[in-house]
Design a protein around this ligand. Structure first.
Ligand code: NDP
Length: 270
């Protein structure tokens, strides 16, 4: 029987590409998004069901998960919905802080908790969360994003102990720069005059034409998600690309203090 994946944030980028990828592999896909009424592409595909889900709404998490389970067994839950806030912390509003934590962290925790009884009863299931290379290393001006993605890494590693006992797997995926709406409409950029020059220097490097043009297609992440969903391995992390692997390997090799100094020097010439 065809398996079923439940995906959050399937309206664009990695979420949408992964919905299409699994559908092509013969899976049933429950593609959730904030505004399913605006979706025109996934609605054309067989075995794809659209459901509404804003992951910051606990009420909607409960009702959408109940609806999804009523449709049949869910085999894989993909926590994908998320975005970046990039800028000096001093320039952020409290609402911006709350929104990114509610989306990237609380949304993942609440959705996962809601699905655990279903997986426990089935004695199987795979939770996959899209973390980031930003869950393993830290860049300038990404402090809020790192707060959420580093939290996901520690949360996953701990939760694996209790879930594995029940026959449930839990994993994270670490993409590097990927061509999606992440650096476009989804990115929140708080500005603060005191950091103008420093932030401009950072933006020139991080969002240079060279960097933007070298971003990987979203499907490269979908392939790794598919591997994590189907390999049956009790493996915590899946580093998506060569650059992610070498970056993380460098941190492990020279240690966090030296790695931080190296980045400081690369970004700000110190
Ligand atoms: P996109 O901006 O293309 O997609 C983000 C998705 O998240 C959209 O579908 C958006 O929905 C959804 N979303 C945002 N807030 C909510 C919410 N409150 N409830 C439900 N859905 C929400 O970016 P990506 O595809 O790149 O991002 C997907 C994941 O990949 C994120 O977790 C991101 O952190 C991670 N990632 C991305 C990288 C990259 O370089 N692109 C690198 C590493 C990790 P809507 O259409 O309604 O805005």
């Amino acid at each position: 029987m065809a398996k079923t994946i439940f995906i959050t944030g399937a309206s664009s980028g990695i979420g949408k590409a992964t919905a299409k990828f699994f559908q092509q592999k013969g899976w049933n896909v429950i593609a959730t998004m904030r505004n399913p009424e605006n979706e025109t592409e996934l609605t054309q595909l067989e075995n794809v069901t659209l459901l509404p889900l804003d992951v910051t709404s606990f009420e909607q998490i409960k009702s959408t998960v109940a609806k999804a389970i009523s449709l049949g067994t869910i085999d894989v839950v993909l926590n994908n919905a998320g975005y970046g806030t990039v800028g000096a912390l001093e320039g952020t509003t409290d609402n911006e802080i709350e929104q990114i934590v509610s989306t990237n962290l609380l949304g993942v925790i609440r959705l996962t908790k809601e699905f655990i009884p279903h997986f426990r009863e089935n004695k199987s299931g795979v939770f996959i969360t899209i973390s980031s290379i930003g869950g393993l290393v830290a860049y300038p001006f990404f402090s809020l994003y790192h707060a959420t993605k580093w939290a996901i890494e520690g949360w996953t590693e701990s939760l694996a102990f209790e879930l594995n006992q029940l026959g449930i797997l839990i994993k994270t995926i670490q993409p590097g720069g990927t061509k999606t709406d992440f650096v476009g409409r989804s990115l929140v950029i708080p500005e603060h005059p005191s950091y103008g020059e420093l932030f401009d220097g950072f933006k020139k490097m991080f969002f240079s034409d060279e960097v933007i043009s070298s971003l990987a297609p979203a499907e490269t992440v979908s392939e790794v998600i598919y591997e994590a969903a189907t390999d049956g391995k009790n493996q915590l992390r899946y580093l998506v690309s060569g650059i992610v692997q070498t970056t993380y390997a460098r941190r492990l090799e020279i240690g966090s203090e030296e790695f931080h100094k190296e980045l400081d020097n690369a970004f700000f010439g110190k």
